[in-house]
Design a protein around this ligand. Structure first.
Ligand code: 13P
Length: 291
């Protein structure tokens, strides 16, 4: 059934669990995620990322996400991920999403605050909840979500000092003044493929939790160890954004299927292989998030 992300995350926060938000640029992604959630009887968030507009556009994918959400046996929220303009956020709201992310984290603090506050007014008037980001979550040069502007190599990232972490005092001011419903925080995760072990600063989560009372979001969630998921959830992360490693698992499985003497596979076979493997990948993550 289709639900608002606010209700979903309020419940998860109360129970010290996290809900996975999975990006869905293809029907295979949607089917893998919904089947995984139903098999585990677990709530889930389907997310369309603005960077995936080049793969499928919002008016094409949102109705399909809503269709699968409505007929699912488990609670499903439908979300716009990393919307960087009012136009795309309003477009997503008109298509029927239950929440949006307005991401002005590349801008200075005051601009991020002022613009987010405006977007919150618009979205709330339509009954849609809003996620924003404070601090900076980088995007690995090896693909993944996030904005192209934020794409850096690890060498560059290592040269940047620690001020990309979310500051708890600023988070309080930001949340109080914008009225935002969820906050994505930067504590060392990276969008895309991890080329080395992520260096996570879990204390950032606790510092923010001590100042703000809304659900907190981990971006760059895939590729993080089960142990770190558990620690982050214990400290107060309630939503985990997950894409790259599900996508990679699907691609790898198709490659192996073709190499494995299937010289002339039909596309439906490949599609089924990808769905099955992505479903297992998602289930593994969901078991930890929902424990
Ligand atoms: P990954 O692709 O690194 O899992 O990150 C997903 C994400 O944060 C989407 O916003």
């Amino acid at each position: 059934m289709l639900v608002n992300m606010k209700e979903l995350l309020a419940e998860a926060k109360k129970n010290k669990k996290a809900v996975g938000a999975f990006n869905v640029p293809t029907l295979e992604n949607i089917r893998a995620i919904i089947e995984a959630a139903e098999e585990l009887d677990c709530p889930v968030i389907l997310a369309h990322a603005q960077v995936h507009e080049k793969l499928i556009s919002l008016p094409d994918i949102i109705p399909i996400m809503l269709h699968y959400a409505k007929k699912a046996k488990v609670p499903v929220a439908v979300h716009l991920d990393h919307g960087s303009s009012f136009d795309i956020c309003v477009h997503a709201i008109r298509e029927g999403v239950t929440s949006i992310m307005y991401d002005a984290s590349d801008k200075d603090f005051e601009t991020n605050l002022t613009e987010t506050k405006e977007m919150v007014k618009i979205a709330h008037a339509a009954g849609v909840s809003v996620e924003a980001e404070l601090g900076h979550i980088f995007t690995s040069e090896f693909g993944g979500e996030g904005t192209d502007e934020g794409r850096v190599s690890y060498a560059e990232k290592d040269n940047i000092d620690n001020n990309f972490y979310t500051d708890a005092g600023l988070a309080k001011k930001f949340v109080d003044e914008t009225g935002v419903d969820f906050l994505a925080i930067a504590f060392g995760t990276v969008h895309g493929v991890y080329v080395k072990k992520p260096n996570l600063n879990m204390d950032v989560i606790s510092e923010v939790v001590n100042k703000v009372d809304i659900p907190l979001v981990m971006h760059g969630g895939s590729g993080v160890s089960a142990e770190n998921y558990k620690l982050a959830i214990e400290r107060g992360i309630t939503k985990i954004n997950y894409f790259t490693y599900m996508n990679k698992a699907g691609g790898q499985a198709v490659k192996e299927y073709i190499e494995d003497n299937h010289e002339m596979p039909f596309f439906d076979e490949i599609s089924t292989v990808a769905i099955d493997v992505m479903k297992e990948n998602v289930k593994e993550a969901m078991r930890v998030f929902n424990n």
